[in-house]
Design a protein around this ligand. Structure first.
Ligand SMILES: NC(=O)c1ccc[n+]([C@@H]2O[C@H](COP(=O)([O-])OP(=O)(O)OC[C@H]3O[C@@H](n4cnc5c(N)ncnc54)[C@H](OP(=O)(O)O)[C@@H]3O)[C@@H](O)[C@H]2O)c1
Length: 387
């Protein structure tokens, strides 16, 4: 099959890391399904895979015994079930499907003892930690990863949304009692991004009040069209990055001035002096101090990534005195994926397909994300489909 794949010697700029090659179609094991990929979604994780940082995904798999010296990325697809392995019961050849990127071992002891599979020690991300993702003519996935393709969507639309949508859904509704309630102000970093564009719509659908953070007026207007109450341009502030040492009073005062100004802007945009009950985080190092400061008393900052870095400084005084919660969140469960996909199938949430690429443009699509030059929303690559 043709695959747009990454090799270790090409790690670096995403535009150069992917190249189309011919490789064997992978074997289909028990409880697995071979899917003919019609279109693939583009996610941030293969920006990381292309760079070989923070994880060298090929070396990591080889350490676990894998023989392949290449990585086929792609953690979202729309496609057609082509063949089923022994034990597959719910799906048949010809079924049109989308795929949740989260994998786990259904026989893992923690799952058998009742753990949410998304939190299992066996949990991995298909098309990132696991090989044979969607940037190829065929992909192999576990049956439990499959969900029906929303009939109203084109192949490209159906391919672009599930990884970001399911992740945002879990962040906003998976961590009781901090699920979005009617009237809750919610701050959404990167409101025009993959996660953010879906998150705005989910908050609005639940009756919450989404406020987006963006880096251009064009992106801000995009967020408003999706249902954001308003937006903040992060370029108006300069207190980003790691916290100064807590004993450095002058530097701390400067940082606090910036964070307070950002908070005042939040009130202005919201139209009332309330803090966000939930802050949807993924930008990480540059923004987490502000997120923790701004979050309401007894509110939650829920984080699924660290685009700007992993050293997330937290002034613990804000955490304990104001009794806030800092919650990690990663992909989603099968139930969460099915629920958010149903909202999209019913037309309540737009998958926000922004741009569709040809198969030779997988590297270009990831380079645009890397450079933060991609259009608002989610992107897809055509594989076997024409649209
Ligand atoms: N753990 C999981 O399950 C999971 C799932 C999906 C994504 N993620 C992670 O979440 C992150 C975002 O993913 P995505 O698909 O939403 O990516 P995306 O489409 O690129 O959106 C991210 C947004 O972040 C904003 N941003 C960039 N630099 C920033 C900075 N210095 N400060 C604040 N905001 C900044 C950009 O918006 P503006 O420039 O307009 O502000 C950008 O649109 C990635 O790191 C990804 O790996 C994790």
């Amino acid at each position: 099959m043709y695959a747009s794949l990454i090799r270790r010697e090409r790690y670096g700029r995403p535009a150069d890391a992917f190249r189309t090659e011919v490789v064997d179609v992978p074997p289909v094991g028990r409880n697995q399904v071979l899917v003919k990929v019609m279109a693939a979604g583009v996610n941030y994780n293969n920006v990381w895979a292309a760079q070989g940082y923070p994880l060298d995904v090929i070396a990591a798999r080889q350490k676990q015994g894998a023989t392949e010296d290449f990585h086929i990325g792609g953690s979202d697809l729309s496609g057609v079930v082509w063949a089923t392995g022994e034990g597959v019961q719910q799906f048949r050849p010809g079924d049109e499907v989308v795929v949740l990127a989260s994998t786990w071992d259904e026989h893992a002891e923690d799952i058998r003892l009742g753990a949410d599979p998304a939190t299992s020690a066996s949990q991995r991300v298909w098309g990132y930690e696991e090989n044979y993702g969607s940037f190829a003519q065929f992909a192999v996935v576990g049956e439990y990863q499959l969900h029906p393709k929303p009939a109203r969507l084109s192949w490209a639309e159906a391919a672009c949304y599930l990884a970001t949508a399911a992740t945002a859904y879990r962040q906003l509704f998976g961590w009781e009692p901090h699920a979005v309630r009617p009237g809750d102000p919610v701050l959404i970093w990167g409101g025009a991004g993959g996660l953010g564009s879906i998150a705005i719509q989910l908050v609005r659908h639940a009756g919450g009040v989404p406020v987006a953070v963006v880096s251009s007026a064009e992106r801000g207007e995009f967020c408003v069209r999706l249902g954001a109450h308003g937006w903040i341009d992060r370029r108006d502030f300069d207190h980003w990055g790691r916290l100064p040492d807590a004993t450095d009073q002058e530097a701390m005062a400067h940082w606090l001035k910036g964070a307070r100004a950002f908070g005042r802007r939040f009130w202005e945009v919201l139209g009332e002096r309330r803090a966000p009950r939930i802050v949807l985080e993924h930008s990480g190092q540059d923004t987490i101090p502000t997120s923790m400061y701004l979050c309401d008393n007894a509110g939650m900052v829920v984080i699924c990534g660290g685009t700007t870095g992993y050293n997330g400084d937290v002034d613990l005084r804000f955490l304990w005195m104001r009794q806030k919660r800092l919650q990690g969140s990663h992909v989603a469960s099968a139930r969460e994926a099915r629920e958010v996909s149903a909202l999209i199938a019913q037309g309540h949430i737009d998958p926000c397909l922004s741009r569709t690429f040809g198969f030779e443009e997988v590297g270009l699509a990831h380079q645009l994300i890397h450079d933060n030059q991609h259009p608002p929303g989610n992107m897809a690559v055509l594989v076997n489909a024409r649209r």
